[in-house]
Design a protein around this ligand. Structure first.
Ligand code: SF4
Length: 444
């Protein structure tokens, strides 16, 4: 991956797409290709002064834990924040995806201050997230808050992966870019605490600690998520399983957080149950728009629901939640993944734009996560470089143009939009929207 031309590529794209903020160009490149950490920039583990990477659902790394060595034992930070430097970056929060071979390296300079280096040249100042007070407390049973209720997006979002595995299992069902099941296995193999099904009482206890110690009030939303449930977990189907956490949270902390759930596109009655349990925002992720790629890369979703039905249910769920509060995700970049993906950026963008238009013309604003080609997944193995940076930059341009064409604004529950303001860390779609937008802080 190390290439002396990466700087030239980045600057060429900044020049060709001046309407995309330079912050978003750097952020997308870091998200798709990862960053390396010098020992001087590692977090010091779970007891240090820096908030460590929690591995909140997928690994989001370019190497397995055994391959990462010191970076795995002496954890990298959850996120970094970039400012200043040769591109004059406004404050930019980036989720950490570790790749020891990346041309981007985080390390301390001669003055001791951390910087981001590209091809050996310092391009930005790096800030690390401080260890939040609530991470210094444990539950009565000794579990850490970070294991039960990690926070991301600079503390904005409590990420509750309450079911650490997916019942789409094996090569014929797992999404071809997803390492949730592998990530669970590797954390168990490393002897780390990594609870498969989180007891609701533990979740409530961890939230209590966060609520008590989040004195800055950074924590605004929670996401209930995990693998798909095709049968039952603990005697509950998917709607009741994820929903019963929401019910307990809303009863204990009414209105304290914006409640979101990531789940399959379920029939309307099940969606209604989510709503009745107190969920405000529903994420029935459609993953990739193109029909053939959905069938090939999301075989479990195709088998259990099917693409057309998935899309129909997304639109049906707007009658329950309201269109603004249905926010399906897609994984930006997998449409260019070999062996079946588009081979030209034009084709990939046209396909994704068709999907954006389909949803946005119905008032639904999708959002996306930048694909990280994790090494244990079929698509990660076949495409260790991920998708071209140009694709990601043009997607940001297309996303914003389509949003504006339909008179829509950024989705609720993602914090502020605009360069220098956004906190959403796993794609730069929020960084590339207008900073003049009002903040859609809560469900609407
Ligand atoms: S539905 Fe797909 S992306 Fe989601 S956890 Fe299961 S395999 Fe992974």
């Amino acid at each position: 991956m190390t290439s002396p031309n990466r700087t030239a590529l980045v600057e060429e794209l900044m020049g060709r797409f001046p309407q995309v903020p330079p912050e978003a160009v750097i952020k997308e490149d870091l998200l798709r290709g990862g960053m390396a950490f010098d020992d001087s920039a590692l977090s010091g583990g779970d007891d240090g002064d820096v908030k460590p990477k929690s591995y909140f659902i997928f690994s989001f790394d370019h190497r397995t834990l055994p391959e990462l060595g010191a970076a795995a034992l002496n954890r990298p930070p959850e996120e970094i924040v970039l400012t200043g430097g040769s591109y004059g970056l406004r404050r930019t929060v980036v989720s950490v995806r570790v790749n020891p071979d990346s041309p981007y390296v985080v390390r301390a300079g001669e003055d001791g201050a951390l910087g981001l280096y590209l091809d050996g040249t310092r391009i930005a100042d790096v800030g690390l997230p401080p260890m939040p007070d609530y991470y210094r407390h444990t539950l009565a049973n000794g579990k850490s808050v970070m294991e039960v209720a990690p926070t991301i997006q600079w503390g904005y979002l409590v990420y509750l992966t309450v079911f650490r595995v997916c019942q789409y299992f094996g090569a014929k069902e797992e999404c071809q870019y997803c390492d949730i099941n592998h990530n669970w296995r590797q954390h168990k193999a490393a002897g780390r605490p990594y609870t498969g099904v989180k007891p609701v009482e533990e979740v409530l206890e961890a939230l209590e600690i966060i609520d008590r110690h989040d004195t800055a009030g950074a924590s605004k939303a929670y996401t209930l998520t995990g693998g798909s449930i095709t049968s039952q977990v603990g005697g509950r189907d998917e709607a009741d399983f994820y929903g019963h956490y929401a019910k307990a949270i809303e009863e204990r902390f009414p209105g304290r957080w914006i409640g979101k759930v990531v789940a399959q596109a379920l029939p309307r009655d099940d969606v209604q149950r989510f709503h009745d349990y107190g969920i405000s925002i529903y994420h029935p992720n459609f993953e990739v728009w193109d029909r053939r790629l959905f069938e090939l890369y999301c075989p479990g979703k195709e088998r259990y629901v099917g693409r057309d039905e998935w899309h129909r249910r997304i639109l049906d769920s707007t009658e329950v939640f309201g269109a603004r509060n249905v926010i399906p995700n897609f994984v930006a970049g997998v449409e260019m993944a070999e062996p079946f993906g588009f081979t030209s950026v034009d084709e990939a963008i046209n396909s994704t734009a068709e999907g954006l238009r389909f949803f946005m013309s119905n008032g639904v604003v999708p959002r996306f996560t930048t694909w990280c080609p994790e090494p244990t997944t079929p698509l990660g193995k076949a495409n260790p470089q991920g998708a071209p940076l140009e694709y990601h930059i043009r997607l940001l341009e297309t996303y914003r143009a389509t949003l504006e064409e339909y008179g829509l604004t950024s989705p609720p529950g993602y914090g502020p939009a605009g360069p220098g303001r956004a906190v959403f860390s796993v794609s730069s779609f929020m960084d590339s929207l207008s900073a003049d937008e009002p903040v859609a802080a809560g469900a609407e």
